[in-house]
Design a protein around this ligand. Structure first.
Ligand code: UD1
Length: 354
């Protein structure tokens, strides 16, 4: 079986790490195409190196741009890649970024079977670019690899049950593996000055929190006013928007740093009192690592994390001070995100449906 994985943005590299590992030693040909959506060393190379992902077979170097220009450039370039070599049995696309949609569209128009990993997630917020990307990709794809039963139910509601298989969550594979590897490590030097259990980790990068200067200022003000130090790994979008609007990130409780390698992120969360984020992936990682999470949004694609108040939605930054620092709730029974072997289930499902 010939499978081409198309990735471009940081959360996709984490999912790819699990999938590439599961393909190792299977005899299948697994090729990796990187669109170049994320190109900074800390956003891309550091993830490939840190997670032991094989170097991409093809790097398109598309980079940043408006949604149309970025997605369109990827669509055209991917068509050349898919037509250039032996025809794949599957094009595998991941998550909800512009790279996901471009790869799905490009492959489907060439009649190459498309599998969507992390299918069926919904925020039901039609303003989010990620929601456009995931809905359109699910309806274009031939095989929908759902991480949870709830995601499968969302797909069934849209008439897509026949194309759906629940495989578990590949991000859980990686976070659980990484947790076991870093648990005994000391906090990294850049986190010096932070004491175990007495700081928060925060990330902000969504368009809905960063593009409107008033909203961004309110979010940053609320984080800076928290009663514990806040380790803030700064995403390039936050860095650029904050600089453009004169919003300082090095004040009050904030301890800004560049984007962290994956293992350092996991270690930082394990050492923290909890996290504040608008990232989809980090909400779930914090949940799986057993720390309380506060989400700076009105909805989540991962409603399982809300159980017992492990994750609390906080769309109004003015409310953040009341909820961000809280005790750990009662443990959740069961494993809504699978048993840490989802990537093997992905490979088996692709084999069965090739
Ligand atoms: C993208 C995804 C989002 C995902 C996120 C993870 C889309 C529409 N959004 O958002 O779903 O959660 O990745 O990080 O696909 N930039 C750099 N260096 C980089 C990458 C980006 O400087 O390596 C800057 C550029 O100024 C760019 C901005 O960040 O304009 C935004 O990057 P982009 O890839 O458009 O979207 P993200 O906000 O990263």
């Amino acid at each position: 079986m010939k499978v081409v994985s198309v990735v471009g943005a940081r959360p996709q590299f984490v999912k790819l790490a699990a999938v590439a590992d599961a393909f190792r030693g299977t005899g299948h040909e697994h090729r990796i195409v990187h669109t170049g959506q994320h190109y900074d060393g800390a956003m891309s190379d550091a993830l490939f190196d840190g997670l032991g992902i094989p170097a991409p077979d093809v790097h398109l170097g598309i980079g940043s741009g408006g949604h149309g220009a970025q997605t369109g450039a990827m669509l055209a370039a991917l068509e050349d890649v898919f037509l250039g070599g032996a025809r794949p049995d599957w094009v595998l696309v991941y998550g909800d970024t512009n790279s996901t949609l471009a790869a799905a569209l490009s492959a489907v128009k060439l009649h190459i079977p498309v599998a969507h990993l992390e299918a069926g997630l919904r925020s039901f917020n039609r303003v989010m670019p990620e929601e456009h990307n995931r809905v359109l990709t699910d309806h274009a794809a031939d095989l929908l690899l759902a991480p949870t039963e709830l995601a499968a139910a969302n797909l069934a509601n849209e008439g897509l049950a026949a194309r759906t298989a629940v495989v578990g969550d590949v991000m859980a594979d990686i976070v659980l593996r990484t947790r076991d590897a870093v648990a005994d490590r000391p906090l990294e030097p850049l986190e010096a000055g932070l004491r175990e259990g007495e700081y928060l980790v925060a990330t902000v990068h969504r368009a809905e929190n960063t593009d409107d200067p008033a909203r961004l200022a309110a979010v940053v003000d609320a984080l800076a006013a928290l009663p514990l130090p806040v380790l803030l790994p700064v995403h390039p979008r936050l860095r650029d928007r904050a600089a453009a609007h004169g919003i300082a990130l090095d004040r009050g409780a904030l301890r800004p740093t560049g984007p962290l390698p994956y293992a350092a992120t996991v270690r930082a969360v394990l050492g923290s009192r909890g996290a504040v984020t608008d990232s989809g992936g980090l909400q779930k990682e914090v949940f799986l690592l057993g720390r309380p999470c506060t989400t700076l949004r009105a909805e989540t694609e991962w409603p399982e994390t809300l159980a017992h108040g492990w994750n609390v939605l906080c769309p109004d930054p003015a409310e953040l001070g009341k909820v961000a620092v809280r005790e750990r709730p009662a443990p959740v029974v069961g494993h809504p995100y699978g048993d840490g072997h989802a990537a093997n289930a992905v490979v088996r499902t692709l084999e069965a449906r090739a």
